[in-house]
Design a protein. Structure first.
Length: 753
């Protein structure tokens, strides 16, 4: 087996010097005068609506697009006067409820902007009809951009404003007012559109009694059924998202108990600590010295024995899972646990859990890995992230920690299919279950999240009727099954990678995901098992086979393009004998109020061989990376890709990127390599793009795992190391024994005499 290599070197940083070209509609398309008139009528109706409303807020207006729209094709001129101002006024985004996925984007604008939009559209319509009649085409707009129609413009409207308004209208179907009437009969967590007016002031205007201490943030509040009913009656257009506060816990199966179960364990020493947020913990179990427990519920909330089962069982796997399940011995040893009880066994209040998680993490900053095996029996919403997931994503962006979350379970004889909160957390690792024979289990629920994000991330062994997981409960040995008991095994592996081997959370997450992937296409859908099944042994994650070179790189994005053209890949003298795969992970800031457009930052990665592009004079013009999955979405010119295709093919806006090549076999069974080139170097380019204007991607960390597989089975790692050193890379072998010695030395308590 080969050790994983850690490469440390310099990434170059380059700002984006390219300027967007003039706006136009797609070729062979047109915009009709009738459509422009229809949009004007929509705007007039929106203005009438707000003139009749007594609530003193800026108008909300929803834009109904024809498709999933790229940021570059959102409105530029039809509302505000610039793309930036229009982007800043967005307060929500979702997809329409139809077979064809389409964006509905909601803006909050001033009355003046709404009035000016109607006047502007009237001006465009008059000029449009006078000059072009009933239709305008791509070619005619191109002529306008080439200044062939300069004589038709005046101080009333500029050429750019005219063109951008026409292009805006091409992508739009209509304008309107979105009204949310989600039926909820219990306490509800409500998110209002951000209108710039304090929530307390809005509630006062609506004559709804409201306590500010029931706020999660500026726009998300807890309402009782009467308050929610009043809000729906008086201002349904204010409600961006509504979800029940009471989450019924999904149930794990407890198959059998053995009260005579007796086992011993040594006293804890300096083992890493994993945080557990769950139901209660029984301090009478055999491993209780390894667990520091705190009940986060109010003292007057009664508890019974059932409230101690789930949490105790989860912590037993984290502390001593390898001992009590020898067939799943991962080689990670034991871990200490800091266990926080935030729920009873039957249900939990999302509002209380949200408050508790923020407090817990704030007061326990030494913990890097957190296990959260609580999950809601209710399905996630296709148009917004749950409040629980949103707070976890925010915490992970702001702190150097990672959550591992159970993928939630499907109750028997239930129609529930989609995963439940908080398994829709984008930054967390979400874990589903498989049987010991590597097949999805009956109780597994599915993603996707927001119709796009690939959750769960990975799968692991959570037990089923074929083979259950042995745990320790308040009454001894318990044989169980559920995603709750798959997640702790991944928490153990992450804590090993982060606490003992000293890897960053970005690289550790990338390694876990990469380890679940192979060189063949998956048998089961990713919406059910994620990127694959993680190996049992930690050595299979931190080592690779002799015909593979696996290396990790940490980096920080400071500018638009973070790149290196300096990865030396060996050849055999005749051909380039490697196929490759790459996994990129980063933890972006996210905006729940942006609905389906949830992640604020996109990292677009290209990895592959270098190709020198020659200019007209035959000399080298620039260096291009031939990406291993032909990713061209960031090409400067000559390549157009629809937004929905970019998301599907290249995972645009996803915070996990994984791409791989497959082995190609020629006739006769010989594996096919690629032609050797004069330039043997490979390159990496990570282009960072912002959805909002807050520069959330500035100084954002990322972790890369790259694997090169030699198609003839030859071990070329020493040659690779030698060439890397020659190219200025520092190369460290991830040697487990050395890392454990370093960890133990660092954790030794020094007593000064």
């Amino acid at each position: 087996m080969n050790d994983i290599l850690q490469l440390k070197g310099r990434f170059e940083q380059r700002k984006n010097d390219s300027k967007p070209g003039a706006s136009n509609i797609p070729k062979e398309k047109k915009v009709t005068l009738e459509h422009l008139k229809k949009l004007k009528e929509d705007l007039i109706n929106v203005r009438k609506f707000w003139k009749n409303e007594k609530l003193l807020i800026n108008p909300l207006i929803s834009l109904y697009y024809k498709t999933v729209v790229a940021k570059s094709n959102r409105v530029k001129a039809i509302l505000e006067s610039s793309p930036k101002k229009n982007n800043d006024s967005i307060v929500g985004a979702k997809f329409c409820n139809s077979d064809i996925k389409k964006h509905i984007i909601t803006h909050c604008i001033s009355n003046k902007v709404l009035d000016d939009a109607i006047i502007n559209l009237e001006t465009v319509i008059n000029l449009f009809y006078k000059t072009f009649g009933e239709n305008i085409t791509h070619e005619q707009i191109e002529d306008i951009n080439k200044k062939k129609y300069e004589h038709i413009f005046s101080s009333t409207i500029s050429r750019t404003k005219f063109v951008n308004t026409i292009v805006d209208s091409y992508y739009l179907e209509s304008f309107g007012i979105e009204k949310n009437n989600t039926p909820l009969e219990e306490k509800a967590i409500i998110t209002l559109y951000d209108t710039g007016v304090k929530t307390s002031e809005i509630m006062k205007q609506l004559e709804i009694d409201f306590l500010e201490r029931r706020s999660i943030d500026e726009t998300t509040i807890l309402l009782d059924p009467t308050q929610y009913k009043l809000l729906k009656e008086k201002a349904p257009y204010l409600i961006s998202m509504a979800v029940s506060d009471i989450s019924v816990l999904d149930k794990d199966d407890i198959f059998e108990k053995n009260e005579d179960y007796i086992i011993s364990i040594p006293k804890p020493k300096n083992e890493p600590v994993i945080g557990v947020i769950d139901t209660m913990f029984d301090t009478n179990v055999y491993f209780s010295e390894w667990v520091e427990f705190k009940n986060m519920l109010e003292k007057d909330i009664p508890l019974d024995v059932n409230d101690y089962y789930h949490g105790t069982e989860v912590s037993s796997i984290i502390v001593d899972g390898a001992t009590i399940n020898p067939n799943l011995d991962d080689g990670c040893g034991r871990f200490r646990v800091r266990h926080f009880g935030v729920a009873k066994s039957s249900s939990f209040s999302s509002f209380i859990v949200l408050k508790a998680i923020k407090e817990i993490v704030e007061k326990n900053k030494d913990i890097k890995v957190w296990n959260l095996s609580l999950g809601s029996a209710m399905e996630i919403n296709p148009n917004f992230i749950s409040p629980e997931a949103a707070i976890l994503d925010k915490i992970q962006f702001e702190n150097d920690i990672i959550f591992v979350i159970a993928g939630t379970n499907k109750p028997k004889n239930s129609n529930v299919k989609k995963i439940g909160a908080p398994a829709d957390s984008i930054n967390s690792i979400v874990v589903n279950s498989v049987s010991i024979s590597n097949k999805p289990v009956d109780y597994s629920r599915e993603g996707l999240v927001l119709s796009f994000f690939n959750k769960p991330d990975i799968s692991y062994y959570g037990g089923d009727s074929e083979q259950r997981i042995r745990t320790c409960s308040p009454y001894g040995e318990t044989m169980v099954a559920g995603t709750s008991f798959a997640a702790p095994w991944i928490s153990r592996k992450l804590a090993y990678l982060i606490n003992i081997l000293g890897l960053s959370k970005e690289t550790a997450k990338a390694l876990i995901i990469d380890s679940a992937t192979g060189w063949n296409k998956q048998v089961y859908p990713s919406s059910l098992i994620g990127y694959g099944i993680v190996p049992i042994k930690i050595n299979d994650i931190i080592q690779s086979s002799n015909d593979e070179i696996k290396f990790i790189i940490d980096g920080i994005s400071e500018k638009y393009d973070t790149f290196t053209y300096n990865i030396p890949v060996p050849d055999d003298g005749n051909k380039q004998p490697f196929i490759s795969k790459v996994t990129l992970c980063y933890f972006p800031n996210c905006s729940r109020n942006q609905g389906v457009d949830y992640t604020n930052t996109e990292m677009d990665i290209k990895f592959g061989r270098l190709n020198e592009i020659k200019g007209k004079n035959g000399k080298k013009d620039r260096i291009n990376i031939e990406d291993i999955n032909d990713n061209k979405q960031s090409e400067e010119a000559g390549y157009y890709l629809y937004e929905e295709d970019a998301r599907k093919l290249f995972r645009k806006w996803d915070n996990i990127k994984h791409k791989r090549q497959y082995i190609v076999t020629e006739k006769g069974g010989k594996r096919q390599g690629k032609k050797k080139r004069e330039n043997p170097l490979w390159g990496i380019s990570i282009k960072t793009k912002e959805r909002l204007n807050a520069k959330d991607g500035k100084s954002l960390k990322f972790g890369l795992v790259i694997t090169l597989k030699e198609i003839d089975g030859i071990n070329r790692i020493e040659e690779f190391i030698q060439q890397c050193l020659f190219r200025g890379w520092l190369v460290n072998r991830i040697n487990v024994e050395n890392k454990i010695d370093i960890y133990n030395k660092a954790e030794e308590e020094i007593i000064f005499e």
